[in-house]
Design a protein around this ligand. Structure first.
Ligand code: CP3
Length: 354
């Protein structure tokens, strides 16, 4: 098999890539007709996520269309609470539903009894995808494993699903910090183990999604975002010191800097609100940055999308020769995004001369 340079990994390590490496959060999903077709057959989202053949197939779908520099394994951040024994259901059109655990007392039902058994299909999906990338000729495409960060996963566990104001989880964190810490500790340990196992199964890099990092005051941000992420990074590095770890503290604002300085991640995902010139000056000398086109700008398409992408790439490749940068969206692709817009954006990124 001919060796193909992995530009995504090269850039994360600060080396010059041959071209601008790119992938998109939620690149496998409902905006793709071939995904919707499989989803209709499979019945439920979890049936797909826990079926290694289907998860591998869905992971490959966007790669076959767009030849991204990285494939992200098709799964979800909520498999961790599920593997720890919390009920989980994805109701079509409504998002995830869990039985809300509102007190430290209620967390004591969580345990590791079925943890590895539940997650084994995810590891199998990673090994299958690793093989599929090679055999289908995408040897230059890296494979990303992922999990949710302890804070964000705790939000779903305590609220029982999405939330507008995170009232229950924040109330618990403020009123019973010791009890809440036990939940966070459990999530640090289980999530780090999960990422280590994903690397063993073939992941070349891992991403920690902290989608709700932006709802915390800055003292709580240190306590519930930075510290647990640091602990996870240390645990992963004990086993795999050289595998890049990407953190995504969405909407962290000014806290992005301390996140980068204090967690030890190799790269950071930027949400659309982060000024790319600021990121180039402040964050990029410390870590690789990934981002940050507004997914709704992709949804809208046209010239304004190309201009926005050009500015992001220009700002974040200005300092060096294009290393330390991976193009991405600032959040996941919207499900109603026209595929033609994705095609147009991908064409622009691929033709960009570094
Ligand atoms: O990026 C990828 O292509 C990999 C797969 C992936 C999914 N979820 C598949 C999915 C990843 C990386 C995630 C992460 C995830 N899941 C996050 C963090 C990133 C973010 O978006 O902030 C969060 C918060 C979740 C929790 C979750 N899962 C929600 C809130 C929902 C419902 C909302 C929605 O978009 O439908 C899901 C379901 C989900 N996870 C779908 C997919 C493709 C849709 C399921 C379907 O087909 O109905």
């Amino acid at each position: 098999m001919e060796y193909q340079k992995k530009n995504f990994l090269e850039s994360l390590r600060g080396h010059k890539p041959d071209h601008v490496p790119f992938w998109f959060m939620r690149q496998a999903g409902r905006y793709l007709p071939e995904y919707r077709e499989l989803r209709a057959q499979a019945g439920s989202f979890l049936n797909m996520a826990y079926n290694p053949d289907l998860a591998c197939e869905i992971t490959m779908q966007p790669i076959r269309r767009f030849q991204m520099d990285a494939a992200i394994i098709f799964s979800d951040i909520l498999v961790i609470p599920h593997a720890l024994g919390q009920n989980l259901e994805f109701v079509q059109g409504e998002g995830p539903k869990l039985n809300a655990l509102r007190t430290a007392q209620e967390f004591s039902s969580l345990n590791f009894t079925n943890f590895e058994k539940t997650l084994t299909p995810v590891y199998e999906a990673l090994s299958k995808t690793k093989t599929a990338l090679q055999t289908e000729g995408y040897g230059g495409t890296s494979l990303i494993g992922f999990c949710g960060a302890p804070w964000t996963v705790a939000c779903y566990m305590v609220e029982g699903g999405g939330s507008k104001d995170y009232l229950n989880v924040k109330k618990l964190a403020y009123s019973d910090p010791e009890g809440f810490q036990r939940l966070i500790d459990l999530l640090v340990e289980s999530s780090a183990q999960y990422l280590i196992n994903q690397i063993s199964a073939g992941a070349d890099a891992v991403q920690i999604f902290d989608s709700w990092a932006g709802v915390l005051d800055s003292h709580s941000f240190q306590k519930w975002v930075v510290k647990p992420t640091r602990q996870m990074v240390d645990l992963i590095r004990d086993t795999y010191p050289d595998v890049p770890i990407i953190g995504f503290p969405r909407c962290a604002g000014q806290n992005y800097l301390s996140y980068v300085q204090d967690t030890g991640v190799n790269a950071v995902g930027l949400d659309p609100s982060v000024d790319t010139k600021w990121a180039a000056r402040t964050l990029q000398p410390l870590v690789a940055v990934q981002g940050n086109l507004d997914p709704i700008c992709l949804f809208a398409g046209g010239d304004s999308m190309i201009m926005a992408a050009e500015k992001i790439i220009g700002d974040l490749t200005a300092a060096g020769q294009g290393g330390n940068f991976v193009f991405n969206l600032g959040h996941g692709i919207n499900k109603d995004t026209p595929v033609e817009n994705v095609e147009q954006l991908v064409k622009f990124i691929k033709e960009y001369k570094l």
